[in-house]
Design a protein around this ligand. Structure first.
Ligand code: PEP
Length: 255
């Protein structure tokens, strides 16, 4: 089991799924089903359009709402982007940054992440930073090299004592949306390595930081993954679109 001092966290990444009506329907069912679950923090990340309604619908629940991306500047000529003050105005509590789909399909760079992370923390928002290797990198024995490069570059601008406020999601790219989950040993090994990287900067912050696993988490495999000593919960894509499946995964994080 992970250190009891770290409250497990489970986040739903809906990607480009659910209209406002569909998001409302999910949350009405999910909020009722989850009740006052304690022992795990729950974050739901809908598309931007559903954020205001999602904040409203979860207001009297333990569920927090976060965005799937954010820009590092407060305002400016950045067509199509959304800023941190815009999220704060809506009551949104944080953002995922560095998801592999944004890195690969939308050219999100380590340099941009190094600006987004301190900006989120300065605004008091939760930052969920995704890192992970491709299948080719794993097969070539380069997993640790890739994780080291991402962690060092993305968190370079976050002071050591603030690292504990960042949630890191280890998401091996070959496991995202493929149905092919990392084994509990693979996930534990990579996450322990990430924690050691954080400890090189600040041991206390590394011990406090939540590091979660993402990549085809489902009700059937959540409990065994979350039982590993360094895995503090999950970032869930596909299985978070179904309220019953997501309730089961959240419950697995809060046994
Ligand atoms: C994700 O997109 O962050 C993810 C983990 O997706 P899935 O659970 O569908 O693999």
């Amino acid at each position: 089991m992970p250190d009891a001092a770290r409250t497990p966290l489970v986040a739903a990444n809906w990607k480009m799924h659910k209209t406002v009506a569909e998001s409302d329907d999910f949350l009405d069912r999910f909020v009722g089903a989850i009740g006052d679950l304690t022992g795990a923090e729950i974050v739901v990340c809908p598309p931007y359009t559903a954020l205001p309604s999602a904040v409203e619908r979860t207001r009297r629940s333990p569920i927090r709402i976060a965005a799937q991306n954010v820009h590092f500047e407060d305002s400016g000529a950045f067509t199509g982007e959304i800023s941190i003050p815009m999220l704060v105005e809506l009551g949104v509590g944080g953002a995922i940054v560095g998801h592999s789909e944004r890195r690969r399909l939308f050219c999100e760079t380590d340099e941009a992440l190094a600006r987004k992370l301190p900006a989120l923390l300065d605004a008091g928002l939760e930052a969920i930073l995704c890192v992970g290797e491709t299948e080719a990198e794993r097969d070539a024995g380069r997993t640790e090299e890739v994780l080291r490069r991402q962690i060092e570059a993305d968190l370079a601008t976050v002071a050591g004592e603030r690292l504990g406020a960042v949630v890191v999601a280890y998401e091996p790219i070959w496991a995202i949306g493929t149905g092919r989950t990392a084994t509990r040993e693979q996930a534990q090994e990579a996450i322990a390595f990430i924690r050691a990287l954080l400890a090189d900067r600040d041991p206390a912050a590394a011990a406090a930081a939540r590091i979660v696993y993402g990549g085809s988490v489902k009700p059937a495999n959540a409990a065994e993954l979350f039982a590993e000593p360094d895995i503090d919960g999950g970032l869930v894509g596909g299985a978070s679109l179904d309220p019953d499946d997501f309730v089961a995964i959240c419950a697995a994080a809060a046994p």
